[in-house]
Design a protein around this ligand. Structure first.
Ligand code: ZN
Ligand code: ZN
Length: 368
């Protein structure tokens, strides 16, 4: 079928709204009419060819919409279902068989390989030539074909524009706290960086009832919002000289869990040094270098853990619907961090994001 999609033709090239051919869903796949898509930093990573993906390319990996058609073998979704789409995985490797698809051995190959699934094919074409997909969905388009395994059904009384960002940025932060660190009411956590992922980690820690939630950032407006979302304390890194000492002062022992979303070397060192003995550091930014890092004093002797984590280690079928339920109960106010744009205004959304005017952009996609 003919669809409209934002096509990237060259490295760092502009998003161009063009006609693209979308194939029928194959075995285990679904066709989704997109209603919204979040914009995530990883889309920019794809546009700048941070990982080389064959061009032309359609980005977007936080899609939400309504199932239009299901391919053979799909039993848990039907036309009319409201759905969110998350990362892709092969479903067959030992990790996937163990119901840990976030550890899929083919994660990078599928999500950043321009393809859908492991048969290395794309469902997108233009003028008879293949167009690369992103995260097995390419949601900057009026329609997507995705693997049903990556698609979660959500309650249909919630705006799909709120569901879209749950599939990557929001689950990365909230899932790191809930699924990875498994925080609870006795825990004291510190979140470094107050963008979309950091705010989502704060909301996740608040849902879990953590007794101390410290937001560390440099923007007073963001720190104020962090408090409204559940932070019990805030630290302005531009005003506080010794951040680890301040975290130690607030917590008494040091934080149980520190999560960094900044990828900034100094922030990450502070995050580790603000931990208690046996605390856990979770870097979730795919960037940065820790320059002044003392393995003996910072990790080994205090017996701390550093664990990289992706996508909040979320089960695609359960975590997105769970966040939707928390939202409906008023416990997970994700709408507070979102700003909405018309599909064609994608560049404006990116500019506002880059300038720090907004926290997280979501595109509303109508049929063009
Ligand atoms: Zn796998
Ligand atoms: Zn993402």
């Amino acid at each position: 079928m003919q669809i409209k999609a934002m096509v990237i033709h060259e490295k760092n090239g502009p998003y161009q709204l063009e006609d693209v051919e979308l194939d029928e869903p194959r075995e285990g796949e679904v066709l989704i009419r997109n209603v919204a898509s979040g914009i995530c930093h990883t889309d920019e990573f794809g546009r700048s060819q941070g990982v080389p993906i064959a061009l032309p390319l359609v980005l977007g990996h936080e899609g939400a919409g309504i199932v239009e058609k299901v391919g053979p073998g799909v039993t848990d979704l039907k036309p009319g279902d409201h759905v969110g789409v998350t990362y892709a995985f092969d479903g067959t490797c030992p990790a996937c068989r163990n119901r840990e698809p976030y550890y899929c051995v083919n994660f990078n190959q599928i999500n950043f390989g321009g393809v859908i699934g492991t048969n290395r094919t794309t469902r997108l074409h233009q003028n008879g030539k293949p167009v690369s997909m992103f995260f097995g969905q390419s949601s900057f388009a009026t329609y997507s074909v995705a693997s049903a395994a990556s698609v979660s059904k959500v309650d249909d009384d919630v705006d799909l524009a709120l569901v879209a960002p749950l599939g990557c940025g929001v689950q990365t932060g909230a899932g790191a706290m809930i699924n990875v660190a498994k925080v609870g009411s006795e825990d004291q956590v510190a979140v470094y960086g107050c963008g979309a992922v950091g705010m989502s980690a704060i909301m996740g820690a608040a849902v879990a009832g953590c007794k101390t939630i410290i937001a560390v950032g440099g923007n007073p407006r963001s720190l104020e919002l962090a408090r409204e979302l559940g932070a019990t304390h805030t630290i302005n890194r531009k005003e506080v000289e010794d951040v680890p000492a301040e975290v130690q002062r607030i917590t008494g022992t040091g934080a149980d869990v520190a999560l960094d979303t900044s990828g900034n070397g100094r922030m990450m060192t502070n995050a580790i040094r603000g931990l208690k003995y046996h605390g856990t550091f979770l870097p979730v930014a795919a960037a940065g270098t820790i320059e002044h890092f003392d393995v003996g004093n910072d990790i080994m002797m205090p017996m701390r853990t550093m664990k990289g984590t992706c996508e909040g280690e979320s089960d695609p079928k359960t975590f997105v619907p769970q966040m939707v339920r928390w939202y409906k109960e008023g416990r997970f106010p994700v709408d507070r961090i979102l700003s909405f744009y018309d599909f064609k205004d994608i560049q404006q959304a990116l500019d506002d994001s880059a300038n720090g005017k907004i926290i997280k952009a979501v595109l509303r996609i109508s049929q063009q």
